[in-house]
Design a protein around this ligand. Sequence first.
Ligand code: ARG
Length: 596
Amino acid sequence: RFKIRDYLIPVRVSGLSVSYLDVTGHNGGLQGSNSSGHQKKDKEPSMASNIYEMIKSIKKPPRSVAEEIVQHVESSDQVEKIEIAGPGFINIFLSRHYAIGCLKDILLSGVKLPSLEKRLRVVVDFSSPNVAKEMHVGHLRSTIIGESLSRLLEFLGHDVVRVNHIGDWGTQFGMLIAHLQDKFPNYLKESPPINDLQEFYRESKSRFDKDEDFKKRAYQCVVKLQNFEPDHTKAWKMICNESRKEFNKLYERLDITLTEKGESYYQTRMVELVKTYADEEELAYIPNFIETDENGRKVMYGHPNDPIPLILVKSDGGYTYDTSDMATIKYRVEEEKADWIIYVTDAGQAMHFEILQNCAKKIGILDDTKVRVDHVGFGVVLGEDKKKFKTRSGETIRLADLLDEGLRRSLVKLKEKERDKVLTPEELQAAQEAVAYGCIKYADLMHNRGNDYVFSFDKMLDDKGNTAVYLLYAYTRIRSIARTARVTPQQVQEAAATVPISLDHDKEWKLAKVLIRLPEVITRVTKSLCLHQLCELTYDIATAFAEFYDNCYCLEKDSAGDIVKVNMGRILLVEATACVLRKCFDILGLKPVSRM
Ligand code: ARG
C-alpha cells in the first residue's frame, strides 16, 4: 500500500515495469478513490487503482515491495527523504530547498508552465448563441468555460482560434425576413428600427404558426436567402446585426474575445459537401455510408447503438444543423489545419458531437489519430428552487439583466464591507465589476462542469466560502501587505535574488507547497478540460495564505504602530503568492483589484 504524505511530484522508479509514478491526488494522497470526488466525470484513469493492480501482480508482501521501490528511486533534487512506514506505506517528502528554488523562479522570471511538446492549432468553438433567439444561461456557461479554456491553452503557448459558431442560418430566417418585409416595407432604404429582437422573433413565429400564406412565403424566403438573392441577404444581415450588437455588449462586459464564423459561413461548403458525399450517384457508390431513408432524407449513422441518424439533407432538399457541422468540421480540418477541435456546449449535445465525429471519420474527413476532438459538455443552470433557471414569471432570464443584478448586489456587498476604508469612485467601480462578473464566472467554473449547478447570488457573493469574493479579498490583503511595508516591485526583484526564503514555519511550508502545484494542475486540466480543478487549487492557495497570514507576521510594529522590522523572506513568499494567484485569476477570467 502506498501513502504519499506531503505533496508529490513525478518520481522515476527504475527497474520496475512502471517507470513513472505521477502522483496527482488532490491532497497528495493516493489511497482509495480520488479525493476530488469527480473521478468519473474527469475521465482520468485512477492512478491509485493502477498501482493496486501493479502491486497485486508482484505477489510479495507490501513492505518488501515498498523497500524495493525505495531502493530503486533515483535521487532527485525534488525529494528530501523517503521513508517506509507501517505495513508498507512510502512517505516521500518534498525538498524545501527545491520548493524555495521554485518560488524564486516565480519571482524572478514569472510563473512558468509545463513546456509544450508541440504547439497545436486549437479551434475552440464556444458561446455560439442563435441569432434572434434568446441568448440564455446555457450560452453564458459556454461563453465562460470556452473563454477560460482558450486562455489556458494560449497561456500554454498553443495557437488558439476562438470561434463563435452562431446560429445565423436555417429555416427560421425565412419567417424573420418575411416579417421584416411586412413590418418595415422600407427596409432596403433605411435601417428598420427593430428595438426588441426577441419580440420581433415572437411576432414572426406566431404568424408562421397561424398563417398558411405567410408560412409559404417564409419558405420561399429561405430558398432565396440560401441562393444569396441580394434583397434577402440584406434583410438577413440587418437581423444578424441587431443580434450581434446585443451579443457584443455582453462579451465586452465579460471581457470575452471571439471571432464570429457562424453557420452561414459554410453555406457554399455545405453545397459542396452534399455534392461530394450525398449525390444520388455517389450514394450508389458508397451505400454503406449515406443512405436515403423512407422519408426521403439523406442520412448517415454514426453511433453503433443509437438509431439517431445524422441528417445531411432533409426531404425538401434543405440542410440541417448536422449538415453545417459536417461542413464545418471538414473546413476546420482541411482549411484551418486544426490539430485539436473543442466544442463547448450543453451536455445535451454530447450525442450529436459523437455521431458527428464518427460520421466524419467514416467518410474520411477526420482522422482522429491526427486530430483530437473534444466535446466539453456542461450541465444545466438551475434556480434556487432546483428547477431550470427562469424569471419568476417563467421566462428565460435576459443575460444583460442578470449582469445588472450582479452589479447591484456586488455594490451592496462592497458597501457592507467598506467600513473605514475609503475607496475612490474609480476603485469602487473596478471592485464592483470585478466582484460581479468574477463571481458569476467563478461560480460556473468551480463546479464540475458535467453537473448541473444552482445559480445563487447569495452564495456566490459570500465572502467566506469558495467564491470569487473570497479570492479577490485574499488578493487585496496581499497587496495591502506590500503597501504597508512600502516595498516596491524593484525591491522585491532585488530581494528575490539575494534574500533567503525560509519555509520553517508549518504555515509557510504549507503555502509554498500549494503554490508550486500550478504546473501539475494545469497539466491535469489540459487533459480533463475540467476547470474546477484549477478553481480548487486557487481556493487552496487563498486558504493557505489566510492561515499563513494569521500565524506568520511579515511586519513588526512598535506600540506606536510604526514598522520596526520587515521580514523580507516572508514578503517574498507573499509576493510569490500574488504572482501565482494572478495567473490563476487570469485563466479564470477574474480581475484582481488592489483595494476593495
Ligand atoms: N448554436 C448552438 C446552440 O445554441 C450551439 C453551436 C455549437 N457549435 C457547433 N459547432 N455546433 O445550441
